[in-house]
Design a protein around this ligand. Structure first.
Ligand code: NAG
Ligand code: NAG
Ligand code: NAG
Length: 386
């Protein structure tokens, strides 16, 4: 069990976002309680998401329907009815605190005004990832583009990035959700089970993306689902609010906007060297301002998308598309919006002459550079004297 939410689109059922071993399926039961003494037990409807990349454990929804579910405040999933715990039991023989077993039920009230317009969900941060400069530049870019809230599901990261995360958390833009999946499963660090073995795809990315959508259903008008090194960048509008105003008025019912990913190899540097700044020379990570060469599309190779979604129109999501949505999807043209993704090349054999020059990030230079410096100073990563 990960998190529980009321789903107002489905008559107010309780949806418990869960991780289930697909190889040992069994009937499951929901125990939901409205007060400490008023609990009911029903058989659950279990929906294992169709995308699991063949890993044994998969993102799942356990749906609880029954009388008075709307009044419930806590829920528990069980595989055997005999082990029902009494929420108010004070029996000292219980080895676990029964209150710990229940999840609080969230999204009890469906709202129509939101605290944020744009929230970014970064699905899994793990290992020794310490790409500070790219993260600071990406966060500052998102602020200029109109994002108010960023959420990161964190298992672990490198020491310098930890300082930067703390800074953004204090500033208020960043919410860090603890994601200790390695305490429960052996998570894979990739998407391909043959090359990265494990119990579950990419540190449970599919679970965190779904959790993030439900967590922000009544918090944010739009949710952007992309990785930590990707910027969903408008090319015809100055920021995300203007982009979405146009897209949404042209496609009023659409709740899922698919944005193409484009690779900017970190191995190709722009020639002038004007962004090779001394201030950043000791900051670990990639300097995205130096990488303005974009790889061309490849014939017959699927160019994956990431998404901007209206969370109230999504029931289940995968990484590159939704699995169950309401109102349809729209593939946003590449010249309107695309992802700037600076990383190791996918077509490493190409020379500069075979790549496209794409300097969109430079349009933000005047504000971006001082903002990044300011952030690095406040985080203690850049000496104030320099
Ligand atoms: C559920 O809540 C509603 C509204 O607060 C109340 O009228 C109703 O009696 C409650 N039902 C139960 C079973 O507690
Ligand atoms: C739960 O435990 C409390 C306190 O021990 C008891 O009063 C109550 O009847 C129990 N409820 C159920 C459903 O067993
Ligand atoms: C969200 O957008 C609306 C409409 O453009 C605007 O009035 C509101 O201030 C924005 N909210 C935030 C938190 O920026």
């Amino acid at each position: 069990m990960v998190s529980a939410f009321i789903d107002h689109r489905l008559d107010g059922v309780i949806r418990v976002i869960s991780i289930i071993n697909r190889n040992s399926l069994q009937p499951l039961y929901c125990v939901y309680c409205s007060t400490e003494h008023d609990c009911r037990t029903v058989q659950a409807d279990v929906q294992i998401h169709t995308d699991h990349f063949s890993f044994p454990y998969g993102a799942s929804d356990v749906i609880c329907k029954g009388k008075h579910v709307q009044n419930a405040t806590h829920v528990l999933i069980l595989s055997q009815l005999t082990t029902v715990l009494n929420l108010s039991s004070t029996d000292e023989k219980d080895s676990v605190d029964p209150k710990m077993e229940y999840l609080p039920i969230r999204n009890k009230v469906a709202r129509e005004t939101f605290k944020f317009n744009f929230t970014i969900c970064i699905s899994s941060l793990f290992g020794d990832y310490n790409n500070v400069l790219q993260f600071a530049q990406t966060m500052e870019m998102y602020k200029l583009l109109g994002v108010q809230h960023v959420v990161i599901y964190q298992t672990k990261c490198g020491p310098d990035l930890e300082k930067l995360l703390k800074h953004y958390e204090t500033e208020g833009i960043l919410e860090i959700v603890s994601w200790p999946i390695d305490k429960f499963l052996n998570p894979s660090s990739g998407w391909n089970i043959k090359t990265h073995k494990g119990d579950i795809h990419y540190y449970g990315q599919l679970v965190t993306l779904n959790e993030c959508i439900y967590r922000h259903m009544y918090q944010s008008r739009y949710v952007l689902l992309n990785d930590i090194d990707e910027i969903i960048m408008p090319y015809k509008h100055t920021n995300l609010p203007r982009l979405m105003e146009d897209l949404q008025s042209a496609h009023p019912n659409v709740g899922v906007f698919l944005i193409e990913n484009h690779i900017f190899p970190k191995t190709q540097f722009e020639d002038s060297g004007k962004f090779k700044r001394a201030e950043w020379s000791n900051i670990p990570g990639i300097n995205i301002m130096e990488h303005i060469y974009r790889e061309p599309d490849r014939k017959n190779i699927f160019n994956p998308t990431k998404m901007i979604v209206n969370p109230r129109k999504v029931q289940q999501t995968s990484v590159h598309s939704t699995l169950k949505e309401i109102g349809g999807c729209y593939h946003v043209p590449f010249n309107v919006c695309r992802i700037v993704h600076v990383r190791v090349p996918l077509q490493g054999h190409l020379t500069k002459e075979q790549l496209f020059v794409d300097k969109r990030v430079w349009d933000f230079e005047q504000e971006l550079i001082p903002n990044v410096d300011h952030t690095l100073k406040l985080s203690g990563l850049l000496k104030v004297s320099s």
